[in-house]
Design a binder for this molecule. Sequence first.
Ligand code: NDP
Ligand code: GDR
Length: 320
Amino acid sequence: MTKHALITGITGQDGSYLAELLLSKGYKVFGLRRRTSVPILENIEHLKNEIEFIDGDLLDMGSLVNAVRISNPDEVYNLAAQSFVATSWIQPVATGQATGIGVTNMLEAVRLVKPDARFYQASSSEMFGKVVETPQKETTPFYPRSPYGVAKVYGHWITVNYRESYNMYACSGILFNHESPRRGIEFVTRKVTDAVARIKLGLQSELRLGNLDAKRDWGFAGDYVRAMWLMLQQDKADDFVISTGETHTIEELVEIAFSHVGLNWRDYVVIDQKFVRPAEVDLLLGDCTKAKEKLGWELEVGFEQLVKMMVDSDLEKLSK
Ligand code: NDP
Ligand code: GDR
């Protein structure tokens, strides 16, 4: 029997890698897509004939009920969210609605239409926020530092609550930062690799950034979607941290990206207060021992390899 999967956030970075993975495993993939005046399918252009799109929005529960009815899913991956932390201070209510309440809308749709479907919630290391304990693991208390982080904490606990209240197979994957050539252009890794490529090609002269001292545990999105799938293949639903166990400053990221094309970052980077956040998450470093032991999950791409892959991809895109 062909398995059915419903992915929300199909047009995003993770949606595209997860769709590739599930298609390669023989799944029929349904993708929830928002109506936009200009369709933005850049990440899934190559898959668009293999995915069945269903129109809908996390804010509109009727559309989610409809999506679950049409797709009749064995597995639901809730990846949709307002996912850019900086924007969450500008649109805190919209972020709370999509990133927080949207999770309840999706869980309710599953509970009402297909309660035995397995559910994955895209939780985030941003829930750890202010450093309480390092490395951060499943039992580390949350202390979110942005409206986005606060909304994700709500999404995490409502997922746990539906598992405990209704005995649903619902998992929360607490994923640390993961990147790829398909990363949105405003996130710091892609902003840097795109700028490095532009500067190298003579299309841009400087790169304006905020806080270079923050530390992140950065992995490759292609490795992380494997963990999402593994979480839904277990005997019992549970929550897992997914991380690399290494942390690097933004300055290190910048250094590696510029030196990969033979440039010195100090000649191009300008600090701009506009990109400094009202409250910062200073240090993220994850301990994913539980995922390694229980899921058998391993990462394949390291940090330096990831940064170089992204710079090379941006150089290639811009050279065209
Ligand atoms: P992206 O920003 O690339 O993708 C977000 C997706 O959500 C897009 O497809 C977007 O659609 C969709 N979306 C936004 N709002 C709505 C809505 N109201 N209704 C339906 N769809 C909506 O994020 P990523 O792929 O990087 O991340 C996937 C998930 O994982 C997110 O929930 C994110 O918060 C979480 N996460 C990400 C991490 C990372 O490092 N990448 C780490 C931890 C968690 P559209 O194209 O229409 O805007
Ligand atoms: P983050 O990712 O907030 O960790 O959330 P982002 O790449 O936006 O920021 C990482 C760090 O870089 C610092 N920074 C800048 N960030 C951006 N975007 N632009 C800049 O110019 C800049 N200068 C410095 C930030 O202050 C921050 O410390 C990502 C998202 O994918 C979330 O959805 C996800 O939940 C978390 O990762 C885990």
